[in-house]
Design a protein around this ligand. Sequence first.
Ligand SMILES: Nc1ncnc2c1ncn2[C@@H]1O[C@H](COP(=O)(O)OP(=O)(O)OP(=O)(O)O)[C@@H](O)[C@H]1O
Ligand SMILES: [Mg+2]
Length: 292
Amino acid sequence: MSIVIEASGISRGFNRTRLEHYGDGLRHVMDRFLRSPWQFLRRPEHEEAFWALKDVSFEVQQGEVLVILGRSGSGKSTLLKHIIGLYRPLEGEVWIGDKNLVTATGKERHQLLRSFGVLYQGGALFGSMTVLENVRLPLDEFTDLPETARNLVAHSRLKIVGLAGTADTMPAELSGGMQKRAALARAMALDPRLLFLDEPSVGLDPVTSAGIDDLILQLSRSFGITFVIVTHEIASIFAIASRAVMLDDRSKTIIAQGTPAELRDRGDDPRVRSFFHREAERNENEKQVQPA
Ligand SMILES: Nc1ncnc2c1ncn2[C@@H]1O[C@H](COP(=O)(O)OP(=O)(O)OP(=O)(O)O)[C@@H](O)[C@H]1O
Ligand SMILES: [Mg+2]
């Protein structure tokens, strides 16, 4: 199998005001004060860098469904934004095929960016456009096909995701699950071999969420699309992932890689264990509060 993405040694810091550091707890603030009291007190609103990602490396193989796991704030979306070229890493490299995304410029970068599709966290469709216009958007932007051809392609994408009859409706008329499908159709507009999805089933009920999982598997099997998916739904992870990498919210790096079952059964790392068991408990509780 060939490697489609290789991320190596990605690090990224952000600046935060001192006030925001209080969110990390008093001990952290005291630590900073004791390490360098002068620097800490000198400028009341000075910004301090903190790490969002630290030395993150992994590969994605062709045709696999790789899942990025981790608790809220562990940097999953930030990592995804680095792999799709929205953020530039402070250190490290991202290779897509044989092209370095970090250093690519001009036409090469443009070609790289249009070679994959993205469904962002929240999945926003434009509310003032019809579903068809939303799906057609990347075609309008990146191709010079005539309108009839663009409409034809957009219709075919809607059909693939099971939304054939919805072309002329407005996004607000669709259910949450249908909106996700439409956003997925838009991500597929340019016929990418590679799709990035950030929390595709968040906020959906378990049955609808399972429907999205089925769609992902179907796209992976029928079209050989490679997926990189951020999710923390345990059921989804086991349903779709060929492999998972887990980010840790404290060390900001990958602490485990493997098949979902391998990670679940890793008794040696309490961080991995608690993620799987707490999430499982949470999912169980959610199911219990669902009305019959
Ligand atoms: N542009 C930014 N500027 C400053 N801080 C940022 C920025 N983007 C992300 N962060 C911080 O980086 C950390 C990781 O955020 P990120 O959104 O990647 O987490 P996440 O794992 O996707 O969480 P969630 O599961 O809630 O979506 C957070 O502490 C966040 O506040
Ligand atoms: Mg996120």
